[in-house]
Design a protein around this ligand. Structure first.
Ligand code: DUC
Ligand code: ZN
Ligand code: ZN
Length: 493
C-alpha cells in the first residue's frame, strides 16, 4: 500500500455540507482533503463509512476553558480536558476566550493562554479576547497588533460589575473593530436592572438558585440587546449577540435584521433544552443550571428553535462554562451560597452536537445541511476560518466526524470527558453519535478511545470575519459616524 496517494480514505459515506448532501469517498493527504468523489483508491488507512453520515467536524466558537471568571473562579476544564471532551462530541475546533481582567496587560494575557493551550490542546483552536479594560494602550496599540496576529474577534460585557463596559467604552471598542477589521461579540444584559432586582431579592431572603432567573429578567436581556443594536447602528459596524435566550431578544435581533442591519446572533443548547423551572430544585441543586442569561420558558425555547431554523440565529455554540458543584465552582460559600455567588455557566462541549443532531435533525426540526451550518460552517465564516475549516471540500483541513445515526446514547456524567462532575442533561437519551472523529487527517477518536496526543492541537490565526467583509461592501456611508468621522468603508484588515 506504499504507492497510495492518500494517508486516509473514508469511503461510502453519506456526506453533508451546509449546502449539499451526496455520497462520495474522501481522500486525505497531509491533513487536508485531497480528493472527493466515487471509487477513490485505498488510503494507508481505510475507513468504511457505509450507513454513516460524514459531516464537517464541529466548531464551537463559544466556550470557556482554563479561564478565570469575572468573580475570580477558575473553570474546571483545562485545555486538555476541554479539547478531549470536544473531540468525543464531534467537535474538531474550538474558539475559547483569552480573558482580560481589569489592570491586565492584553499581550501578557494572550501569551499566557497561548502557552497553556499549546501544551495541552488535542484539537485546533483560536482565541477571542474578552475586553474589560479598554485603555488607550489597548485600543490604539494592543488590539491592532493582536488582530494582525489572527485574533480577530472580541467579547464585551454589558453586565457584571467587574467586566462591564459602559456605552461610551462600547462605542470606542466598536470604532477600533471597524477600523482594524474585527468582530465584536456582545453579552447583552442590563447590569442595573439585574443588580436592582437581585439586591431586593436577597434582602427579602430569596437567595435560592431559582432567583437567579428572576434577577436576570428577560427584559434585562432584550433592553441591552436593543441598546447594543443602537450602538452598532450608530457606528455602522456588525456585531454578534452571544447566547440569545429570550423570546424578546430573538425578536429584537430579527427586527434589526429586517431593517437590513448587520446584526448576527448565537444561541446554545441550554436555551433549547432547559427551562427556568429546571433551576427550581431542592437546596442548592439548582446552582448546576445557573447560567447567564438563564434558561427561560417554553415560548422562548420555541423562539430560539425558530430563530435557528429561519436564519435569525446563525450560530449554535455550547457556551461551555464548566464549574464543579462544590466550593471550587458553583458553591463558593458552601451551604451559605446565594444565587449571586454561584459561578455562572453550564457545561456542554461534548453534548452540544449530539443534542442538536437528535432533537433537531432526526426529530425533523432542521435539515442536516442546516445542522452543519449551525455547528460548523457558519462559525468558520463568522470568525475568519473559512474555507480552511467548517466544510468538506478539496483543500479544506480534514476535520471530520463520522456519525452513526442509529446509535442511541443515554447521556450521563460517567461517559463524558470533561472535568465538571455533572451534566444538565443526565438521563436524556439522544439518537445519533459521532463514532469516529478526524482532526486534520488524524483519527482523533475511534472505538471510544482518544488517539491523539496532548499538545497536538494547533493555534489558528484567523482572517477577517465575513460580517466585517460584508459590511465593507454594504455599509451605509451616511451613517452618522461614517459621515462625520471616517471616510471609507474599505479599510485594510
Ligand atoms: N457569559 C458567558 O458567555 N458564559 C458564561 C457566563 C456569562 O455570563
Ligand atoms: Zn456571556
Ligand atoms: Zn460564554
Amino acid at each position: 500500500m506504499t504507492d497510495t496517494p492518500f494517508d486516509l480514505t473514508i469511503r461510502n459515506g453519506r456526506i453533508s455540507t451546509a449546502s449539499d448532501t451526496f455520497h462520495a469517498d474522501i481522500g486525505v493527504r497531509d491533513g487536508v482533503i485531497a480528493a472527493l468523489g466515487p471509487g477513490l483508491p485505498p488510503g494507508r488507512r481505510d475507513i468504511d463509512a457505509a450507513g454513516r453520515w460524514v459531516l464537517p467536524g464541529g466548531i464551537d466558537s463559544h466556550c470557556h476553558v482554563e479561564q478565570l471568571s469575572g468573580m475570580g473562579i477558575m473553570c474546571a476544564d483545562d485545555f486538555y480536558s476541554a479539547t478531549v471532551s470536544a473531540a468525543f462530541g464531534g467537535t474538531t475546533c474550538i474558539i475559547p476566550f483569552a480573558a482580560q481582567h481589569r489592570g491586565d496587560k492584553l499581550p501578557d494575557v494572550v501569551a499566557d493562554y497561548a502557552r497553556r493551550a499549546a501544551e495541552k490542546a488535542v484539537i485546533d483552536y483560536g482565541f477571542h479576547l474578552i475586553l474589560s479594560d479598554p485603555t488607550e494602550q489597548v485600543l490604539q496599540r494592543d488590539l491592532p497588533e493582536l488582530i494582525k496576529n489572527g485574533i480577530t474577534s472580541f467579547k464585551v460585557f454589558m453586565t457584571y460589575d467587574r467586566m462591564k463596559l459602559d456605552d461610551y467604552q462600547l462605542l470606542d471598542v466598536l470604532e477600533v473593530a471597524d477600523r482594524e477589521g474585527a468582530l465584536v461579540m456582545v453579552h447583552a444584559e442590563n447590569n442595573d436592572m439585574i443588580r436592582w432586582v437581585a439586591r431586593r431579592l436577597v434582602e427579602r431572603g430569596m437567595t435560592a438558585p431559582k432567583y437567579h432567573a428572576v434577577a436576570h429578567t428577560p427584559l434585562a436581556e432584550s433592553e441591552a440587546t436593543h441598546r447594543a443594536v443602537a450602538l452598532a447602528r450608530m457606528m455602522d459596524v456588525p456585531i454578534l449577540i452571544v447566547h440569545v435566550a429570550g423570546l424578546e431578544a430573538v425578536q429584537v435581533v430579527h427586527s434589526s435584521q429586517a431593517l437590513g442591519l448587520p446584526i448576527h446572533a448565537e444561541s446554545c443548547p441550554q436555551y433549547l433544552f432547559l427551562e427556568a423551572g429546571d433551576i427550581d430544585l431542592p437546596g442548592l441543586e439548582g446552582a448546576k443550571y445557573c447560567c447567564s442569561p438563564p434558561p427561560r420558558d417554553a415560548a422562548s425555547q420555541q423562539a430560539v428553535w425558530q430563530g435557528l431554523t429561519d436564519g435569525t440565529l446563525q450560530l449554535y455554540s455550547s457556551d461551555h462554562a464548566p464549574y464543579r458543584y462544590d466550593a471550587s465552582g458553583k458553591l463558593p460559600k458552601g451551604d451559605q451560597t446565594t444565587f449571586k455567588d454561584v459561578a455562572n455557566g453550564v457545561p456542554g462541549l461534548e453534548v452540544r452536537m449530539p443534542l442538536l443532531f437528535s432533537e433537531g435533525v432526526l426529530a425533523g426540526r432542521i435539515s442536516i445541511e442546516r445542522f452543519v451550518a449551525l455547528t460548523a460552517t457558519n462559525h468558520a465564516r463568522t470568525y475568519g476560518l473559512y474555507p480552511r475549516k467548517g466544510t468538506i471540500a478539496v483543500g479544506a483541513d480534514a476535520d471530520l466526524a463520522i456519525w452513526n445515526p442509529e446509535r442511541a446514547v443515554t447521556i450521563s456524567t460517567r461517559m463524558l470527558h470533561d472535568n465538571v462532575g455533572y451534566t444538565p442533561y443526565e438521563g436524556k437519551t439522544v439518537r445519533g453519535w459521532p463514532e469516529v472523529v478526524v482532526s486534520r487527517g488524524r483519527v482523533a477518536v475511534e472505538d471510544g478511545e482518544l488517539k491523539v496526543e496532548r499538545g497536538s492541537g494547533r493555534f489558528l490565526q484567523r482572517g477577517t470575519p465575513e460580517p466585517v467583509l460584508r459590511q465593507r461592501l454594504n455599509g451605509n456611508p451616511n451613517a452618522l459616524v461614517r459621515k462625520y468621522f471616517t471616510n471609507s468603508l474599505s479599510r485594510q484588515g
